[in-house]
Design a protein around this ligand. Sequence first.
Ligand code: GMT
Length: 394
Amino acid sequence: MPFSEHSPDLLSSPGARSLSPKIAVLCHTGAGGSGVVATELGLKVAAAGHEVHFIGTAMPFRLTGCQGLRGPYFHQVSNFAYALFEQPFPELSAANTLTEVILEHGVDLTHAHYAIPHASAALHARSITRRTKVMTTLHGTDVTLVGTDPAFRHTTRHAIEQSDHVTAVSHSLAEETRAVFGVERPIEVIYNFVDSDRFQRITDPGVRARFAHPEEALIVHVSNFRPIKRVEDVVQIFARIASEIPARLLMIGDGPERARAFELARELGVIGRTQFLGSFPDVQTVLGISDLFLLTSSHESFGLAALEAMSCEVPVVATNAGGIPEVVEHGVNGFLSAVGDVDDMAHNALRILRDQATYQRMGQAARRTAVDRFHPSLIVPQYLAAYRRLAGED
Ligand code: GMT
């Protein structure tokens, strides 16, 4: 609901004054990682006392049920369907709604997650209002996939060059951005984070019993089922595991490759041991009971879903693509293989699942990695410092 529909007195009353700067957050609102990071960060920033306004085409996936009277606020991008327009103009609509929010609420800083259309829309609103600073966080496919397509190459480069500050979620992504666009401007690396209080092991056997028998290994994959995720490799690996030990596979998320993965599970005779659960926000309930996370992507700037699993003491078997090695340490909290090497990934999965000592050592190391390197208390202050620098307060 747009803030203007609340009483403005709520914010102008002395007891409700927020810390400066006030921040607008532009993000994709579905189950994808960039929207999840934007939401989790916006919630932490609001909890730290800043006034936060989310702007999106729909309520962000993980924001549902997390708003209070003092925010964070959500403003739906307004649209105007006109017969002459063959397609909607998401960038212009977002820029227009953002402009309204900036002017109405005195927003000092816009944090755009994902270059297209959000950084572009934020730059547009900045030139209309001449007041908000723009910080852009690059998440991965905005550079590696969308940005490299000729259809968006110039606009993506422009958005990166013209933002007041740019961050990337891994060193790998920062380097790739420089290589792809030849940009020389500084790109600050701020890793993603996981709330390790929320994402932790669930020991209640009753929860696990809903998905697997005690003697079965429970393997999980979470993604948006895009071609880049190579979800068929997940099924191939699982079929190899299930031919050796009792096991079940949970596939969480949805997307264009879901039907092929389903079909392959049927062809390989493991459909009876595989559940496709679709998307849901409280993924921690399933990660918290799982034994192994599979991430088979051909490109992955960070791998937030893997980090959330690690926080739940779940070791990861993954490809060595992009920024994954910055999160998953081979032989310590999981294993890494070449993209497409399903035999090696199945072999590594069995090394973990067949040996209780290895499983426990890697699970505990995974949790330690999440807590020691990716805890919100380490990462969120880096964003807050960048906000303050941009707002000229440091
Ligand atoms: O993985 C996706 O396709 C979703 C995508 C997104 O932008 O929503 O995720 C990207 O951002 C996440 C959060 O920073 C990262 O953890 C993912 O690794 C990254 N995905 C890719 O690079 C493919």
